[in-house]
Design a protein around this ligand. Sequence first.
Ligand SMILES: C[S@@+](CC[C@H](N)C(=O)[O-])C[C@H]1O[C@@H](n2cnc3c(N)ncnc32)[C@H](O)[C@@H]1O
Length: 293
Amino acid sequence: MTIHEQLRAARERLVAAGIPPVEAVLDAELLARHALGWDRVALVARLPDPAPDGFPEAYAPLVARRSAREPLAYIIGVQEFWGRPFHVGPGVLIPRPETELIVEEALGWAGTRAPGADGVRVLDIGTGSGCLAITLALELTGARVGATDVSGAALAIARTNAERLGATVDFQPGACLAACAGPFDLIVSNPPYVAAPAHAGLAPEVREHEPVTALVAGEDGLDVIREIVGGAAPAMARGGRLLVEVGHDQAAAVTKILADAEGLRLLCIREDLQGIPRVAVIASTRPGTGSPG
Ligand SMILES: C[S@@+](CC[C@H](N)C(=O)[O-])C[C@H]1O[C@@H](n2cnc3c(N)ncnc32)[C@H](O)[C@@H]1O
């Protein structure tokens, strides 16, 4: 069989497993490249060649795992976020592209700070793979970045990612703001926000493979968001920002939670590329501690 024929057979198997055809083409190719250790140019150039020795044996188990609806990122062990490769595996949420909106908003906000202001103090709540904390540590010169998570498995992966990517982040186990006192100029979080009853309806890749603690936050999905909003104000420096990712249908509920929150003001909920309100941009309204931002 040629490499092309192997890829076509894999694609058919993935489609039969319920993976949408466009995604199946891409996944069959990425799994082949992973098995061969080739880049896309090499793969495309050699598609008509007979499959190299050992390829079918290496490729088949990868395709079988994907057919069982294991996420591609867990199989190849990596997911790109803000242009950098993050190691991922069972026990940690796979970074999503919409979460990059938090980075975009954070960098834009940091650019408005007074010239000469000290390095920004950042906290990432629910760091998972460390994608937000590490990206901000690498993108914001002089930033001092801390990160928390209730999951020891996630923190272990986040520490590995920080080391591999050359970022300095203070990772602390703990729930929300319990592990870190502040003051922080910037608090970011992509918390769990799926309502418990909705978990059963998620795609098999998410429902059966990604950690429930990274996804579900109580009956209405808002438990952790409430906890963050409830504790953030005293931990924020004057002029501080809180950026929180929210679920596709939570804009109204989050607006209500913020309307009742002391010391915080919701500025807007930024939309993602699909037009879904995705990142709540929140300002500290009390004097707080620390230097003005
Ligand atoms: C949706 S994942 C986000 C991971 C990562 N920040 C990202 O964007 O890919 C939520 C993370 O929050 C953690 N978590 C859940 N409840 C928490 C809590 N009460 N306090 C801190 N972290 C929590 C989970 O273990 C998980 O790693």
